[in-house]
Design a binder for this molecule. Structure first.
Ligand SMILES: C[S@@+](CC[C@H](N)C(=O)[O-])C[C@H]1O[C@@H](n2cnc3c(N)ncnc32)[C@H](O)[C@@H]1O
Length: 204
């Protein structure tokens, strides 16, 4: 006699996309990345690292200068790399050394890492850089152009938008988000969309 046992229907949940958080601070960007799990993070500062560990217990955090990291330090392939890179040299309130400044220039340390991941076949399909709107005009506009050009040279499609926390909260905090995508479908818009494509963003 043959006894047939039907296997129960098993539905496999879609894998949760993984984000790596650079310049992570307390990990607030990661907390806001709904639908992602944070795979690893980096920040140079010990107090920020302590805050990150409180907010993201168990997530590997590389407490180090981003310039000192290599692709070998970061195992796996992320779906998203998020970089809230330092703004001090870009802010309208500062001396504005731009992306050539020591602090805001750390962006290039992040980008060097993306290039190393790319060489290893592990670059993410999506990169988001978050910074102050001063990045649109620092260096006479050359900094924003250089970031977009670096991303485009690596084969990413690049777009940007500005969002002000005041749209949701009683605090004005305009921020620039540069989004780079490669090998994945993403939104396309035929022209500027208010309020996210501000006049200064369109000009840049
Ligand atoms: C604009 S804050 C990011 C804040 C973060 N989104 C949060 O949730 O707290 C920039 C962060 O970059 C870190 N940072 C500055 N220079 C760095 C470097 N060379 N390597 C790694 N992290 C750096 C700072 O310690 C700071 O936490």
């Amino acid at each position: 006699m043959t006894i047939r046992v039907d296997a129960p229907a098993v539905s496999c949940p879609a894998p949760v996309p993984v984000a790596w958080e650079f310049f992570a601070g307390g990990g607030l960007a990661g907390l806001g990345l709904a639908g992602f799990s944070i795979g690893l993070a980096n920040d140079i500062d010990a107090m920020k690292a302590a805050a990150f560990r409180t907010n993201h217990p168990g997530i590997p955090l590389h407490q180090a200068d981003v310039w000192s990291l290599s692709a070998a330090d970061l195992p796996g392939t992320p779906d998203l790399c998020w970089a809230s890179s330092p703004c001090q040299d870009l802010s309208l309130a500062g001396a504005r050394a731009g992306l050539e400044g020591v602090r805001s220039g750390a962006f290039w340390g992040f980008w060097q890492l993306i290039q190393a991941l790319d060489a290893a076949g592990r670059a993410p399909p999506v990169i988001v850089v978050e910074n102050v709107a001063g990045l649109l005009t620092s260096g006479g506009g050359a900094d924003f152009a250089a970031v977009c050009a670096a991303m485009a040279a690596a084969g990413y499609r690049v777009g940007a938008l500005e969002m002000d926390a005041a749209l949701w909260l009683p605090q004005s905090r305009p921020r620039l988000f540069i989004v780079a995508m490669r090998g994945v479908a993403g939104p396309t818009v035929p022209g500027p969309v208010a309020p996210f494509h501000s006049r200064r963003l369109v000009a840049a």
